[in-house]
Ligand binder design. Structure first.
Ligand code: GLV
Ligand code: MN
Ligand code: MN
Length: 413
């Protein structure tokens, strides 16, 4: 049966949420637990409640909205994504999977459908690494992959820890590690998301079904040199932290280009210097490096190369180096039976589709560790994401929601 997806209402909600931002439209910036993020979370919780779902939050701010099934004790089927947005982002990354999940539920409700097993829509805390430098924070904790010490050691650039932000956000509970999910909490997890790449658009396909998520990793480097007067400190005596960082950033690029795999991508996305005055030699630099690959072997080889280069460069330049592996994750393999279910729904709806790899990471990377999981991708214009001009059309979004709703119905009947 065709589901009554209200694409216009969903688009209106996407537009409304995009205006809850730290920067004026069309820029969307919603860093975890910022004023805008807190207002965004309220916006979404209200929509969940209006749809009749029971809303709860855990100690790290993951939001769960439950549509109770006939069999209350059976493990629920979960869907969802994130609403936090990196600086200078667009309005679709993550949001399509959250607001799309609400629309999928509303469409199912409209048909009079009552699920046998419960459906939970999840809004994950900090899929984006902006606040703490660590992506997928909420889903990592749900999957039990972060130790208490690692969570307690998280700091943002102002030195604030998770506890500080938990209190500001009035989150319940005490121990963030206790947010870990009990075994068999979920029967499966399906995340709707924009592709963030060009393949679906180039091939004129409506849907991508994710079979694998590339393996992410990231490094944080603190470089300490010696500052001084830009006019007075002569060149031979300098220990300039920026220059060491610049050399390292070039080695990051080289390591990816020389990995032998076209799938190795490496980015120095954060490069901060202190004191940041034109007439002062930079005494300190912070670099955050993102390195990914679909294959572990080439990712790990590039990681070692970058680390060795950083050690050599800092030694040669007399710069102190503190190097931290923030995360080094395995790829996720999605569940074959779930992928088949989503394929079946696409066929039923007459939507063209392909199976594919996700090069971006998602909370599914960690949900796949605790239950069968996959993702539904929709095209985005030019493959553009993490930019204000990110765009998917209302029809493309409605198609994705139709596949999500059809999949939920199939899996909870
Ligand atoms: C997610 O936002 C990613 O960086 O892949
Ligand atoms: Mn993102
Ligand atoms: Mn995302």
């Amino acid at each position: 049966m065709k589901l009554p997806i209200d694409g216009a209402r969903l688009q209106k909600e996407i537009d409304e949420l995009s205006l809850i931002s730290e920067q004026p439209a069309p820029v969307v910036t919603r860093v975890l637990f910022s004023e805008a993020d807190l207002r965004g979370r309220d916006f979404v919780k209200n929509l969940f409640r209006q749809a009749g779902l029971a809303v709860r939050e855990d100690a790290v701010g993951n939001i769960f909205a439950r549509w109770e099934g006939r069999d209350k004790s059976a493990p629920a089927l979960a869907t969802g994504s994130h609403i936090d947005a990196i600086p200078n982002a667009g309005k679709y990354d993550g949001v399509v999977g959250v607001l799309g999940a609400i629309e999928a539920v509303r469409a199912l409700q409209k048909t009079g459908f009552v699920p046998q097993r419960s459906i939970e829509c999840i809004v994950f805390t900090a899929e984006e690494p902006t606040r703490f430098g660590l992506g997928c924070l909420g889903s990592r904790i749900l999957a039990g992959t972060l130790s208490k010490d690692k969570i307690a050691g998280l700091r943002d650039r102002d030195g604030h820890d998770l506890e500080f932000w938990r209190k500001r956000a009035h989150l319940p509970g005490g121990d963030p590690a206790a947010a870990r999910l009990a075994e068999n909490t979920y029967a499966s997890f399906v995340e709707l998301h924009i592709e963030q790449g060009p393949i679906l658009e180039q091939r004129n396909l409506a849907i991508g079904i994710v079979e694998k998520i590339a393996a992410p990793s990231s490094l944080r480097l603190q470089l300490t040199g010696v500052g001084g007067h830009a006019g007075a400190v002569l060149m031979p005596g300098r220990r300039d932290a920026l220059l060491a960082g610049a050399e390292i950033a070039l080695e990051v690029e080289k390591a990816a280009l020389a990995s032998g795999s076209p799938d190795t991508v490496a980015t120095t996305g954060v490069f901060r210097i202190e004191p940041g005055a034109v007439n002062s030699v930079p005494c300190h630099a912070t670099l955050e490096i993102d390195l990914r690959d679909t294959q572990l072997a080439s990712r790990d080889a590039a990681l070692k190369k970058i680390e060795a280069a950083a050690v050599e460069i800092c030694h040669r330049r007399g710069i102190g180096l503190q190097l931290e592996r923030v995360n080094v994750d395995a790829p996720a393999i999605c569940d074959g039976a779930l992928v088949q279910s989503v394929s079946g729904v696409c066929e039923e709806l007459g939507l063209s589709f392909t199976k594919m790899i996700s090069r971006a990471y998602h909370d599914t990377l960690f949900m796949a560790r605790i239950c069968p999981a996959t993702m539904i991708f929709i095209p985005c214009r030019g493959g553009v994401s993490h930019r204000p001009d990110e765009y998917s059309s209302p029809q493309q979004i409605a198609d994705g929601v139709a596949v999500l709703a059809g999949t939920l119905r199939r899996l909870v009947e």
